[in-house]
Structures are given as C-alpha cells and as structure tokens.
Design a protein around this ligand. Structure first.
Ligand code: 4AD
Ligand code: MG
Length: 447
C-alpha cells in the first residue's frame, strides 16, 4: 500500500493530508472529541477526531456513524486513518493528526495487555503481544541499531563476515553449560561461541567476524543470563593485546554513537540518560588488571558506601564487585589478565606470569555487568595441546583447531560481545529478558 506513510515520517508532511495504517494503542476523550493513540511500529502518536468536522464532511447520518465507530474502537484494533498533520508542542512526539476519515481493518476484542500494570509472568506469557508496547518497541529499535552498526563497523575496518556453525562436535568455552543433541548417533553440541571457527577464518582471511545465536544451558536465574543469546565474535591476526583492546573500545564507542545518532526517539521513550552515553563515547575507557582491581576492592571494602564481600587474589568477582568497580571509574572498564583457572583453555599466559592470562572483560558502568569477553590466543601447538588436556578435554576433538598452530601460527586475538547485554546497557533496561524478541531462560521456552 504505497500511499500509506509511517508515523516516524509524519514530520515531513506538516499541513498535508496523509493516510496511515496503524493500531489503536489507547483511546480517550469525551463528548465531541476523541483522542486515539496510534502505533505502527515506527512510533506512537495521537490522532484527534472532532465530531462537528465529521458531520460537516459526511453529513449528519454518516458523520455520526463514523464518529461513533471512533468512540467505540477497542485496544489493538487495526485501522487506516486519514488526516491532516499538525505540529503540536504539547505532544511528546511533537505532531498530531487531525482525523478526517477512518477505516477499520481488523477488530480486536479483550486485548489482554491493558494500559494498567501487569506482573512479569503474565507479560512473559504474552510476549508475542507485549512486543507491541512502546517500551518494548523502543528496546527492539535499539537492538536493531546495534545490529546495523556492528556490520557497519566491521565492514569499515577490513573485516569479512564469516559464519560459524551452530552445530558443533566440540565445546568452545566449557563443558558445564553445553546443550547436547543427537547427531545421527553421535553427540553434537549447540554452539556456545563461534570463536574457534573464527580462528580458522582469521588464518584464512586476516580479520573476520560472525554474528548469530549461541546457546548456554545456564541453570542460574539472573537478570543477565539467557540460554539462547546473540553473540558477535571477532578474530584478527597480528594484533597485540593492547591493539585488541583499542579495537574493542572503538567498536563499543561506534555502537553507542550510532544509537545516539539514529535511535534518539527510542532513547527518549526509554528515558535513557543520554548524557551518560555521550560521556562513554567521548571519554577513554579504563583499563585495570585483575590484581589491581582486587587491591582496589580490598582498599575500599570498609568504606561506608560499599557493600560487597571481601575477595582475595585468585577469587572471582560477583556482580556487586563488578558494579562497584565500573561505577568507581564511571566509564566502561576493561578488567585485564584474570587468573587462568577461571578462563577458557585457549588463552595465552601473561609473559612471566603463567597464573594469569592475556584477556579482558569489559564491564559496563551503572551495574550492567560484563558486555565483552576477549583474549589473545595461545599460538604454540604443544602448549595448547597440554592446556586442552589440563582442562579435561580430549585433544582428538580439537585436532582441526590444533592444526591452526601447525601451519603458520601467528599472534592473534579476538573477543565476543553479548548483544542482549549491550542492548540492556544502551537502552537502560533492568532485565535482559526484554532485550531479545523471544527470551529463552531457565523454565521459559514459550512463546
Ligand atoms: O565471555 P564469553 O563467554 O566469551 C566467549 O564466548 C568468547 N569465546 C568470545 C570470543 O572471544 N570470541 O561471552 C562473550 C559475551 C559476554 O561478555 C557476555 O556479554 C555475553 O557474551 N554472554 C551472555 N549473554 C547473555 N546470556 C548469557 N548466558 C551469556 N553468557 C555470555
Ligand atoms: Mg566472559
């Protein structure tokens, strides 16, 4: 229907008569006047119907009939509205439609998600409908912008898209949260990360990235974990660890800036503090080693305004520690060189300190936690084989991966970004379940 315009394009049509295909999100008014809150997926705005105008245009009988239809429209009825676009400073959108005609396309009776408050379980059961609400729409627009900006950044920086498989014969990260399935009589696993395949891609093409769903049988119920989520993995050769962090920082800044520039309406709907996002684009990220971070936590643990548990060198951070550290610096913070014991087998040790590995997690401020995990990879065939054995894995399963160290092994590094963690952070939403259209979590696979 080419003659229809989108609500987001309404500002280009001030003073014109336009037609819009939309749904009725809400309705109010009394007597001679009716207000319709319309949504079409691009934005929400208001249409105003004035009874005398309808009578003037269509005559007494038809005019009253049309106005009556408008007054009795129910939530989520789909309509094609015709009207004149007016600027209106009072409305959040800045524009309004002076309604001159309406056609009902599809009726909607007893729509379950009313404008009143609903509990989370109810909303999750109705996720297929909940997606229509303004907040969910804004979050999906942030997600879409982040996806677009990811492709843009990597294409601009000499990377090629290299698709890693979802079904795999070996574990990429660990064996504790693998989803296993039967593959014609043999076990196969759903990918936890495309990284190992991307390393093969990097040896073939220099710089590669993938972007797709990954799976982890996370048994924990937290506001940061999904069992199916989207990961962007990037892998690149001849990069030092510092250069790798520079690339990650540039990527994250590119993402935030793209959303600020291209999804400002969504950020406004979400009431996101954009001055903070601007700060993350303009100020350098902080880089601190794991051991320095532990010292810092110990130094501040008896401060009045801290409440996290005491940690020793060698302990892993909990989310209160991560939140405190990133808020302390006020910008996204790389925690570098973690103990090798709680990281994956493929990471290269810090020179002169085999207990620590050349890796970094990027912690988002404001309590959003880890958004990126990356490292420099082990390049030596024998060292890597031994690491695989030490981690309780079978080198036979990794023969192809070890081959990459046999034929022209070079320094290389890479990282993975969790898209939903990034969406949660940029959109400023409390829970990761709202960052993906149909979240998969412990005990939740429907709808
Ligand atoms: O830190 P992770 O486990 O790193 C890897 O998988 C590497 N192989 C990536 C690489 O180097 N190519 O996961 C990367 C990111 C995390 O920083 C986090 O943002 C996200 O993926 N993530 C999750 N997001 C949602 N739900 C979960 N259960 C997640 N687990 C990790
Ligand atoms: Mg990680």
């Amino acid at each position: 229907m080419k003659e229809l315009i989108s609500i987001i394009d309404v500002p280009k049509h001030v003073g014109e008569t336009v037609k819009i295909g939309a749904w009725v999100a809400n309705k109010s008014g009394k007597g001679k006047i009716a207000f319709l809150q319309l949504r079409d997926g691009t934005a929400f705005f208001q249409a105003v119907a004035f009874k005398p105008n309808f009578i003037e245009k269509f005559g007494e009988e038809e005019g009253l009939e049309k106005f009556d239809i408008i007054k009795h429209l129910t939530q989520e009825t789909s309509v094609i509205v015709t009207g004149t676009v007016k600027e209106d400073e009072r409305s959040k959108f800045g524009y309004e439609l002076d309604l001159t005609d309406i056609e009902v396309v599809g009726e909607s009776n007893e729509y379950p998600i009313t404008p009143k408050e609903h509990g989370t379980d109810f909303l999750m059961d109705n996720r297929h409908l909940w997606l229509r609400s303004s907040k969910q729409q804004a979050i999906m627009q942030v997600r879409n912008a982040l996806t677009y900006a990811t492709y843009e950044f990597f294409q601009q920086n000499g990377f090629i898209k290299f698709d890693s498989p979802i079904l795999s014969g070996n574990a990429a990260e660990n064996t504790t949260d693998l989803f296993e399935t039967d593959y014609f009589g043999n076990p196969a696993y759903l990918s936890q990360s495309g990284q190992l395949y991307l390393e093969a891609g990097a040896m073939a093409f220099g710089r590669v990235f993938d972007f797709g769903p990954v799976f982890r049988a996370e048994k924990s119920k937290t506001r940061r974990h999904l069992t199916e989520f989207w990961m962007m993995d990037a892998e690149y050769t001849f990069f030092t660890h510092d250069e790798s962090l520079d690339l990650q920082e540039a990527y994250i800044k590119h993402l935030i800036k793209y959303v600020l520039d291209n999804a400002s309406y969504a950020l406004e709907t979400l009431e996101r503090d954009t001055s903070l996002l601007e700060k993350y684009v303009n100020e350098p990220f902080k880089r601190v080693s794991y051991d320095d971070a532990i010292d810092l936590l110990q130094e501040h643990e008896s401060d009045d305004d801290t409440d996290y548990e005491h940690l020793e060198h060698g302990d892993d951070f909990g989310s209160p520690h991560e939140t405190w550290i990133s808020n302390y610096y006020g910008v996204p913070t790389f925690i570098m060189n973690y103990p090798s014991s709680f990281k994956a087998f493929y990471m290269k040790p810090v020179p002169g300190n085999p207990e620590r590995v050349l890796c970094a997690d990027l912690l988002a401020p404001e309590g959003y936690g880890e958004i990126v995990g990356g490292s420099e990879r082990e390049t030596d065939y024998d060292v890597l084989t031994q690491k695989i054995i030490d981690f309780g894995l079978d080198p036979k399963d990794y023969d192809w991966y070890l081959d990459l160290r046999k034929y022209g092994s070079v320094p290389h590094a890479g990282f993975g970004l969790g898209l939903e963690r990034m969406v949660t952070f940029v959109a400023g939403t409390a829970h990761i379940r709202e960052a993906i259209p149909f979240p998969r979590m412990l005990h939740r696979i429907k709808p």
